[in-house]
Design a protein around this ligand. Structure first.
Ligand SMILES: *Cc1c(COP(=O)(O)O)cnc(C)c1O
Length: 236
């Protein structure tokens, strides 16, 4: 199957999942995750309609983003950083990405705030939450809920970042349905944060990947991040 066919099929399945849940399919943004794939594959996805792209590493993404943006000019897509960001790479990330979905600590948010301030930008961010408390995953730890809320209070006060919502990586499970309670928890947390911190937007719920995006959409995802179902298996 070509990237174009894959992309069309994923779009259709997003629409089906949204309709099943009584939602408007336009509420769900598809981020095509192009990590490990070359600019040519990204341009193919763009030609098929991909307008939001996701990359997980700043160094790998930098060159690809430059090449793709140059090829597309005014049609350039929006770039989402979805992988863990080391603080020393923050300046580069702020330069090339349009959204940072993977903010997993107060210190990182403060570093992004400073870097964005230096270039008079306000950086859209999502807070990554470790819903399954998986020791192998990044993200805020909800077991320490009071500490989390204190950090959120500080983050929403930073002028050069704009908190738009939450992101999570679903747990590794054998059937997508087992991920459902985790996605539901993320939505409940988002609703609570919206009550507690009305000065931030909290519109976005980035959850759902190739194996579980239909379930995530049924539970309220506004952003799904899909790699393999569009670009094929990754070797790396
Ligand atoms: C790789 C990756 C994805 C996409 O995963 P697929 O299973 O290929 O759809 C989504 N989110 C994050 C954070 C990733 O690192």
């Amino acid at each position: 199957m070509s990237i174009a066919e894959n992309f069309a099929r994923v779009r259709e399945q997003i629409e089906n999942a949204a309709r099943r849940a009584g939602r408007n399919p336009n509420e769900v943004t598809l981020v095509a995750v192009s990590k490990t794939f070359p600019p040519e594959a990204i341009l193919e996805a763009h030609a098929a309609g991909a307008r939001e792209l996701g990359e997980n590493r700043v160094e790998e993404a930098g060159e690809k983003i430059t090449a793709v943006n140059r090829a597309l000019g005014a049609q350039k897509p929006r770039w989402h950083l979805i992988g863990h960001l080391q603080r020393r790479k923050t300046r580069d990330a702020v330069k090339v990405f349009d959204v940072i979905q993977s903010v997993d600590s107060l210190r990182l948010a403060e570093t992004i705030h400073r870097a964005a301030g230096e270039v008079s930008k306000q950086m859209p961010i999502l807070l990554q939450v470790n819903v399954g408390n998986d020791p192998n995953k990044f993200g805020f730890d909800l077991n320490a809920r009071e500490a989390f809320l204190r950090e959120v209070e500080k983050i929403v006060g930073l002028k050069h970042v704009r908190v738009e919502g939450l992101m999570t990586i679903g747990p590794l499970v054998s059937t997508a349905d087992e991920a459902r309670p985790f996605f539901r928890d993320l939505r409940i947390l988002r609703d609570a944060l919206r009550q507690n911190f009305p000065n931030a937007r909290w519109d976005e719920l980035s959850m759902g990947m190739t194996d579980d995006y239909a379930v995530a959409i049924e539970e309220g995802a506004t952003i799904v991040r899909i790699g393999r179902a569009i670009f094929g298996q990754r070797n790396a």
